[in-house]
Every structure is written in structure tokens, then in C-alpha cells.
Write a protein that binds this ligand. Structure first.
Ligand code: TXA
Ligand code: MG
Length: 329
């Protein structure tokens, strides 16, 4: 007899797949951050995602699929370099922006004719998508990060609960899958032109995109913004500052080789930039839990995940000083 051993979380995944099929919302773990998912083909469920997040419609959601094989169902006119990216980096912390197929509702894409597609690597996310499809569902989960609009993305199920439990309804679920290993959102690569362009930096770096595609990607820039596009926030309630003196009572976020300034409250003590990314959002949440007014953060230098960390910290610092400017999701 073959002995079958199911992962302990599998029952939660089965319930999650059922909940998705019935039009409920399911928050689930990914390797980047937790997502708040709905069946991408169910308009009323997708509408509830915007409502639960407090996110204005018009801000597109990423569709989460099982693998690169799913691309042709949800996208058309896929350039060869985008296929190379998907077949090399899916499942993983990468989202591709492609021209949408007719199967994608414009509610998901915020009215645009493009769609963001990502195959998350977390085993619970993979199992949830597979089980949802096996049970007759679309196998496509539209999901933004599982935070209220403009706030810090959650990297644990406890953080999801703190963000959203007041906005979920009976039948909705939060699946626990431990702490997110990467800790910052996926790299977004716009694949709608002849050459890939980095729209949001993440764990898949520009160098990786270059070496996978053999093309020179348009680098990420958070300076240049087309009019109408808003600066994202990822902001805690505490004010985040990236330079200046650290005062007693300030929160302090830095790599381990920076000693804690006198009187400061150490929120993150990361030996490497990867640890920094993994712990950053938890540290910002802790600042709020402690009721701190101000957090001083020293970003890691260099390329790699450092680019994503600097981007998120810059947005967090921006959000805390001029919140009216904009959004994130
Ligand atoms: O790591 C991640 O990507 C996480 C996990 C849950 O997968 N998701 C995430 O989703 O960060 P969200 O909605 O919080 O951020 C997605 C970003 C938004 O800024 C959205 O505007 C952009 O992706 N996006 C989605 N679809 C797009 C499209 N068709 N064109 C341009 N930007 C798009
Ligand atoms: Mg988000």
C-alpha cells in the first residue's frame, strides 16, 4: 500500500479552493507578501477585493496562475522574451504585464487592455491554485497585497488579520503559511513593448532579466512618473525618514553593522540585504504597534534586492509626509 501523507495545511487549501469557487475572498501566503484573492473570473468577488482593501477601482489586480503554461489563456501577443522570463522565473517573485486576452475582465485590469500575470512559488499558493482549478474553478486568482489601501503589505497571517479582519465577511478565509520569505512584492516587468521594462523592482533583478532575455531592460526609475500615475506608499502611521539624526525614542532600521544609536528602538537588525527585505514590513508594523512617531531607516546599498528595498523605503517616507499624493495597493 502506498502511504499518502498530506501536508498539514492541505485541508486549509481545500477549504480555500472551495471558498474561491463560491465567490468568497481568500487571503493566502506567497513568497513575497500575502495576497487577498478572489476568483479572477467572478466579477462580484473581484469587486469585493477592491471594497475590502478600500482600493479605488482603476488600480489593476495581478492574476495569479499556476505556471508559465497558463499565459496563453490570459494574455495575447506575448513576446518571445516574456515567454523566456516566464519559463525561467515562474513560479517565483515575478509579474509580467502583457496584453490581456478576452478571458480577462476589465474590472481586474482597472479598464486597461493589459494584465499582470504571476505564478507564485509558495507551496500553499501553488496548491491553492491547483486545487481551485481541479475543483472546476478558473485556476486564476486575482489578488493584490492583503493590506488596506496605501498601507504596508502583510508578510504573515497575523498581519493580514490585523489589516483586514474588519473588512472580511463570513465565508472569507485567511490561510496561514508562515512568514513570507522574500518580504517585498514581486518584480513587475512590463512586456508590452519590444524591450522589457522594470516597472517595480523586486527579488528578480534587472541583471537576471537581462541574462534571461538577452535584452537590455529599461531600468526602473521612481523619479519619472507619467501624469496621472501616483506614487505608491507602503506606509506605516509612523513617519519614515531616510536621513538625518536619530533621536532617542525613534525606531531604527538598518543592517547589523550599523550600531543602534543611543536611545533608539531597534526594529530591524539584518545581517544581509535579503534579511532586511524579509524583515522590513514586520519592522514597520512593529513601529506602529509601539506607537512610535518616527522611524529612521538606513537602506542597504548596491544592486540586487537593495534596489527594491530603497524603492519601498522611499515610498514609505513619501507616504508619511504627504499622504494625499497617492496610493499603493
Ligand atoms: O508580490 C506581489 O506582486 C504581491 C503578491 C500578493 O503576489 N501582489 C501585489 O499586488 O503586490 P498589488 O496589487 O499590491 O500590487 C500590484 C501592482 C500595482 O501597483 C498595480 O498597479 C500593478 O501591479 N499592476 C497590476 N496589473 C497591472 C497592469 N495591467 N498594468 C500596469 N500595472 C499593473
Ligand atoms: Mg500592494
Amino acid at each position: 500500500m502506498i502511504e499518502m501523507s498530506l501536508e498539514p495545511w492541505f485541508e486549509a487549501v481545500r477549504e480555500g479552493a472551495r471558498a474561491l469557487a463560491e465567490g468568497h475572498l481568500v487571503a493566502f501566503p506567497t513568497e513575497t507578501v500575502y495576497g487577498l484573492g478572489a476568483d479572477a473570473t467572478n466579477s462580484s468577488a473581484v469587486a469585493r477585493v477592491f471594497e475590502a482593501k478600500g482600493r479605488p477601482v482603476g488600480h489593476p489586480l495581478i492574476i495569479h496562475v499556476g505556471s508559465a503554461e497558463a499565459l496563453d489563456r490570459w494574455a495575447i501577443d506575448i513576446p518571445e522574451y516574456a515567454r523566456d522570463l516566464a519559463f525561467s522565473a515562474f513560479p517565483g517573485p515575478l509579474t509580467l504585464i502583457l496584453k490581456k486576452s478576452e478571458a480577462v475582465s476589465s474590472l481586474v485590469t482597472g479598464g486597461q487592455d493589459t494584465v499582470g500575470l504571476r505564478a507564485p512559488a509558495h507551496p500553499v499558493a501553488q496548491a491553492l491554485i491547483a486545487e481551485f482549478e481541479r475543483a472546476g474553478g478558473s485556476g486564476a486568482i486575482a489578488a493584490p497585497s492583503a493590506n488596506r489601501f496605501g498601507r504596508v503589505s502583510p508578510t504573515s497571517s497575523e498581519a493580514v488579520r490585523a489589516e483586514l479582519s474588519d473588512h472580511l465577511r463570513p465565508g472569507d478565509l485567511i490561510i496561514d503559511g508562515g512568514d513570507s520569505q522574500i518580504g517585498v512584492e514581486s518584480t513587475i516587468v512590463d512586456c508590452t513593448a519590444d524591450c522589457p521594462s522594470i516597472a517595480r523592482p523586486g527579488a528578480i533583478t534587472t541583471d537576471m532579466v537581462r541574462s534571461i532575455t538577452g535584452l537590455d531592460p529599461v531600468p526602473f526609475s521612481n523619479q519619472i512618473r507619467v501624469s496621472g500615475s501616483l506614487k505608491s506608499h507602503y506606509a506605516p502611521a509612523a513617519r519614515v525618514v531616510l536621513e538625518g539624526d536619530v533621536e532617542p525614542g525613534d525606531g531604527f532600521i538598518a543592517l547589523s553593522h550599523h550600531p543602534t544609536p543611543r536611545g533608539a528602538i531597534r526594529l530591524l537588525d539584518a545581517p544581509t540585504p535579503e534579511h532586511f527585505a524579509r524583515g522590513l514590513y514586520r519592522a514597520l508594523r512593529r513601529a506602529d504597534a509601539l506607537g512610535l512617531n518616527r522611524v529612521v531607516a538606513i537602506s542597504p546599498e548596491g544592486q540586487g534586492i537593495g534596489v527594491a528595498i530603497r524603492d519601498r523605503l522611499e515610498r514609505a517616507s513619501h507616504g508619511s509626509t504627504s499622504r494625499s499624493l497617492g496610493e499603493e495597493g
